[in-house]
Ligand binder design. Sequence first.
Ligand code: DQA
Length: 148
Amino acid sequence: MPVSKAETIFVLNGPNLNLLGMREPEIYGADTLDDIAGQLEDRARELGLAIDLRQSNHEGHLVDWIHEAQALPAKAVILNAAAFTHTSVAILDAIKAVRTPVIEVHLSNPHAREAFRHVSRISPAVKGTISGFGALSYLLALEAAARL
Ligand code: DQA
């Protein structure tokens, strides 16, 4: 049976996450974004959900996709805004502009890293944050999204 759009979870990924697997694996792990997509799709199937995973190195794409999540509508957005987490008022405003719940995820624990990563500009607008568990952060976010 086809999954309706209301049961789709957007999984949006920001800059440099296309390089997962070879990018600082001691921090971000060995899984590629395709590996993570596969894990999410397997679990989503069990939950009766569909995954729409996207990645961009461009801030505006993430803004557009957050708007699209509401327009479809998607059930929720799992968002790893990567470095834009710490800088982007545009992404903060996009999250505030939509009713779609957004779950912030990080592979690493930004609070255990450099001081500039301790501030998340987007956190005030998200439903909740999961960080520090590598690829498992995404799967835990999917469990949360399924229960929203
Ligand atoms: C990240 C943490 C950010 O500080 C960093 O800029 C990233 C990835 C994470 O998933 O751990 O690119 O969001």
